[in-house]
Design a protein around this ligand. Structure first.
Ligand SMILES: C[S@@+](CC[C@H](N)C(=O)[O-])C[C@H]1O[C@@H](n2cnc3c(N)ncnc32)[C@H](O)[C@@H]1O
Length: 249
C-alpha cells in the first residue's frame, strides 16, 4: 500500500474496498508510524487551486509541519496540496544566486519555492502571489516563521492582475498543465534578460521540441534562450513534469 509522511501526518493512497476496514487501517498506520493523524488521498488534487480530496480516518489534527533543507512549511493537508516529489526543485531554488534580484513567484501556494529561494538565494525582493485564501494565509505565516518577512511580499490575488511592467529579474511559474496560458502575463512582468522558470507537463519523447514551440508561439518576434530543462518528476505513463529555465531577451 502506498503511503507518505507529510510533516507528521501519514497519507495513504485510496484503494477500492478500503472503506470497510478504514478504522482499523488508520489505527495500524498511526501505531506503527507513530502518526497523530492518518488521511486517505481519495482522488489527488483538483481545480484552479489544486485542492486535495482527503478523508481523515484517524485523529483530528490536520495541520502538518514539514521541515525540509532548513525550511519550515506549515499547512493543512485537507486544504492545500504539498508535492513531496518536487523536493529537488525546492532545493534548487535555494541554491540559485539571486543577489540583488526582484523575483516574482506567480503561483506561490504556501511558499513551496518562495521560501527556500528567499531564505538561501539572497534575493533583494520576492513578490509571492497566491489566489487561494487558505494557501495565502499559510504563505503569510510561513514567511514569518522562516524569518524572511524583510524580503518577501505576499500578495493575495490573481497573478493576471499584476500590471507593473518589466519589474522582475526572475519569474517562477510553478503550475503545471495550464501554465502556457499565463506566459503573456509573465512576459509583461519580466525584464529584458530575465529568466522564467517554466513548469509544465510534456510527453517524455519530444519534450524539448514542445517546450521550444510553446515559447516560439507565445513570444512571436521576441527572442529567447532555453538555458536548461530538468525533469521534476514522473507525472503519468510517458508524461513528466519538467521545468525549463528560459531567458527572455
Ligand atoms: C499548489 S501550487 C502548484 C504546486 C507547487 N508548485 C509545488 O511545488 O508543489 C499552485 C498554486 O497556484 C495558485 N494559483 C492558481 N492560479 C493562480 C492565479 N491565477 N494567480 C495566483 N495564484 C494562482 C493555486 O491556488 C495554488 O496554490
Amino acid at each position: 500500500m502506498r503511503w507518505e509522511y507529510v510533516g507528521n501526518i501519514v497519507i495513504i493512497r485510496h484503494f477500492p474496498g478500503m472503506e470497510a476496514h478504514e478504522k482499523e487501517i488508520g489505527e495500524v498506520y498511526a501505531r506503527e508510524l507513530d502518526a497523530k493523524t492518518v488521511c486517505v488521498d481519495m482522488s489527488g488534487v483538483s481545480g484552479e487551486f489544486r485542492v486535495p480530496d482527503m478523508k481523515v480516518i484517524y485523529g483530528t489534527e490536520t495541520e502538518a509541519v514539514r521541515r525540509e533543507n532548513g525550511v519550515l512549511y506549515r499547512f493543512d493537508v485537507t486544504k492545500v496540496m504539498f508535492s513531496s516529489g518536487n523536493i529537488e526543485e525546492r532545493e534548487r531554488m535555494a541554491k540559485l544566486d539571486c543577489t540583488g534580484e526582484t523575483v516574482v513567484d506567480m503561483f506561490a501556494g504556501i511558499g513551496y519555492f518562495t521560501l527556500p529561494l528567499a531564505k538561501f538565494a539572497n534575493p533583494d525582493t520576492v513578490i509571492a502571489v497566491e489566489k487561494n485564501l487558505d494557501a495565502y494565509e499559510y504563505l503569510v505565516s510561513n514567511i514569518e516563521e522562516n524569518g524572511v518577512s524583510d524580503r518577501v511580499t505576499p500578495v493575495l490575488g490573481d497573478n493576471r492582475n499584476m500590471h507593473s511592467e518589466a519589474l522582475a529579474d526572475r519569474v517562477l511559474m510553478g503550475y503545471v498543465q495550464k501554465t502556457r496560458e499565463f506566459i503573456p502575463y509573465a512576459l509583461r512582468i519580466i525584464k529584458p534578460g530575465g529568466v522564467i522558470h517554466y513548469h509544465d507537463t510534456f510527453y517524455v519523447n519530444g519534450h524539448e521540441g514542445e517546450i521550444r514551440k510553446v515559447f516560439e508561439e507565445a513570444l512571436g518576434d521576441r527572442r529567447f534562450e532555453i538555458l536548461a530543462i530538468r525533469e521534476v518528476k514522473s507525472f503519468a505513463p510517458s508524461v513528466s513534469h519538467y521545468v525549463a529555465d528560459v531567458r527572455i531577451l
